[in-house]
Design a protein around this ligand. Sequence first.
Ligand SMILES: [Zn+2]
Length: 523
Amino acid sequence: MTISVPRRALAAALCALLARHADAQTLPVDDPVLRHIWALGMDSSRVGALLQTLSDSIGPRLTGTPQMKAANDWAVATYTKWGIPARNEQVGTWRGWRRGTTHLDLVQPRVRTLEGTVLAWSAGTKGRDVTAPVVILPQVADSDAFVRWLPQAKGKFVLVSFPQPTCRPDDNLEKWSTAPSLARFRAQRVRDTASWNARVRATGYGLSLGTGTLGRRLEQAGAAGVVASRWSDGWGVNKVFFARTELAPSLDVSCEDYGLLFRLAENGQGPVLRVRSDAEITADVPTYNSVAEIKGSERPNEYVLLSAHFDSWDAGSGTTDNGTGTAVMMEAMRILHAAYPRPKRTILVGHWISEEEGLNGSRAFSEDHPEVVRGLQALFNQDNGTGRIVNVSASGLVGAGDAWGRWASRLPSEISQYLNFSFPGAPSAGGSDNASFICYGAPAFGLGSLSWDYGTYTWHTNRDTYDKIWLDDVKNNATLVAMLAYLASEDPSTVARDRRVMAAGQTWPACVKAVRKWSDFTR
Ligand SMILES: [Zn+2]
């Protein structure tokens, strides 16, 4: 339905709206570009819509999956629609994989549908039901004894993770238990965890971040599947990483349901599991970074680079790791294109693939684009969730503190009041993509967000979903990044690269080569 409104009335209403929000913003300098950036970031933000499409419709973006490629294509199409030139740049190739559905049921001694899914890149069951008894990884004396036991794994699902004695988080235990009871519980849990880890080590194989080489060995022995559980210390939350099994499914099962399977097996109550997964390993596929660019008008060979990894783990939707960082950088580009279309320096955005497997997309870009590393004025990376940006560091570059001083002094107090600065700070050696550039001594800054319980509840978990977004904080971050990009681009000075004196025994982190293919990753 369309309602006709006199155009003048509409314009007046719009002005009133803009004025109201403009009033709420406290700029220390009267800068029309900063004012425009604020208005666009706060009054016509697109971050919610971007995140809804990315999280819900495209979904998680595991390297090598069709969703990752769909996200690459969506980013390029979105930038193109906004009038910003964009492209996908090939990084290498990766194991092709499609997750498909997983169904997981306990069928003996009683029926219950369990919460779980196959690990990333795992084999499936080719769409067939596999029904088999559940056994516990045995305590063996050494690897030889393990190999002698292996025939007993044939045709069974093998439990390989420590069974948590409770899936209540510790803050809940602290709230309700007596102090002596909690102390006894914790001491016992420490002993039992250590003893389980020793049991895994005794096999001579490892679990890595999922089922690892132990899973490979079990499937070679004919196991029906490998069952793991990596509880993330919160209510209903598991971290779900990857498997290397190519014949049998590797599963992650919720803390509660894993405990159920384990107790049934331990007590001889005959648990039988039925698993159906149509996960499919395919031929290797090409992998891409998505890059967009607003060309500099005065210093086109100097760069401001907005940075956020695009890939994710895939048990949730990859919303806070790193959909939020992705949306922040896309939105900042949209705002800059409208408020600052002719930047002094070139403004680039990099949406990196395969960060989760070792910063591979950003490392590849730094190798393939030495001109960008050489001409880098500033890189701003965000990759720790939905929270507002609060921590900023000069990354070990002494002169970068001055630059941050110049930029921050022009930010509105609504944003700057929350920023804590650490000068000269220290260069990041890993953790996120700024490390791929600071290793060259190029000014690459990580923007640190408030936690919102990221580490427990959303980072690499099955609960990293759209509802976890705190939209006002994401809007704040997009507006801040657009402002920083503008200020760094306009800055008459080039950010100096003098390195701090490192603390005794520490050195500047060395650059590491990108891993560009699956076979190098799993070697
Ligand atoms: Zn991340």
